[in-house]
Design a protein around this ligand. Sequence first.
Ligand SMILES: Nc1ncnc2c1ncn2[C@@H]1O[C@H](COP(=O)(O)OP(=O)(O)OP(=O)(O)O)[C@@H](O)[C@H]1O
Ligand SMILES: [Mg+2]
Length: 371
Amino acid sequence: MTSLTSDSVLEQLKSIRSPVTGGDIVSLCMVSDILIEEGKVVFSIKINPAQEKEMESVRQAAQEVVEKMPEVTSVLAVLTAEKKPSSPQQPVNDISKRPVAPQVKHIIAVASGKGGVGKSTIAANLALAFVEMGKKTGLLDADIYGASQPRMMGVRPRPDANEDDMVVPPTAHGLKVMSIGFFMDEISPVLWRGPMVHGAIQQLLRDIEWGDLDVLVIDMPPGTGDAHLSIVQNVLLSGVVIVSTPQDVALSEAKKGMMMFQKVNVPVLGLIENMSYHICSSCGHREDIFDHGKVRAAAQKMNIEFLGEIPLNSEVRAAADIGTPLVSAKKDHVISETFRNIASSVWTSLSAEKVGCPAEKSGCGGCCGQC
Ligand SMILES: Nc1ncnc2c1ncn2[C@@H]1O[C@H](COP(=O)(O)OP(=O)(O)OP(=O)(O)O)[C@@H](O)[C@H]1O
Ligand SMILES: [Mg+2]
């Protein structure tokens, strides 16, 4: 029988005191949502959002004390606020107010409505195409419900922290990669409550040492849930790329996802039709397995740029499975060329729309060369 229980975790956390009131965080009822799964522990510490800075040391101390428990293999403590997030109706995409990663010029999300349509595959290949274009690029896997990038990019180790306690992202194929999966492996995030998702995403965004980047690509979870809200509120995206397969059910979900971003003034940089068709590698017969062309038609109807179509192709899948996405594994492949064209169109939109230039908002008048 295991001795690792919520009670034993709480017992340890009684040693941690709040610097604000002086009492211990358990007696102050600040600890909640303790999840334990095979040695992995996640819990939240509820705080007044105005005291976030002071409470970071409490979070770290709480995490350390639980890490020392004999049966614990990994711990994630997140600070959560009961304060309701601001209304998504309000325009929030003012890049000059970006609270995280101010030295990153452009942050773009790759999103969809439906799951499994190829967001992670496209995010990985797009990011690698940016690297080929000579852009300093990062890839953040924000899929709290099933991180894919550690496998797709072939990076596993838990990243190190620097002397300022910032996490240094590992580099793979010339790209800085960070994923919630580095920290939490396989704990069941289905059980996570909304505030915990917000807390985890905020930490993921705030505590990473990206350095100077031209572009950071965020691989989003499916749907339009708490993680999305957290990202649009904390990141202030330069734009979003929407991925859909041509089938009706995926497209209608993609439109819902797109509307969520548009509501908060995040520019939609374009739509991609993934699994657009399939060419049999033996006989060359073409089959439109999930239908074909509906994403292009939808983009035209909505007056949004159509970025391109990616066929269903076993080499795309196999390259991602072995940790070297197609753009790096097979540079001459015709689909790698398509990914490069898509990356180039996205970059052109970012530059043309002048989205995401902090200097522009502060009224520099163009002297930085970015706006
Ligand atoms: N164009 C493609 N050709 C062949 N296989 C593909 C293609 N795009 C994606 N896949 C495969 O389909 C599966 C789902 O893709 P992926 O994980 O990128 O989707 P996702 O939208 O990120 O899923 P989730 O919503 O779960 O995050 C993976 O096994 C991937 O390798
Ligand atoms: Mg994914």
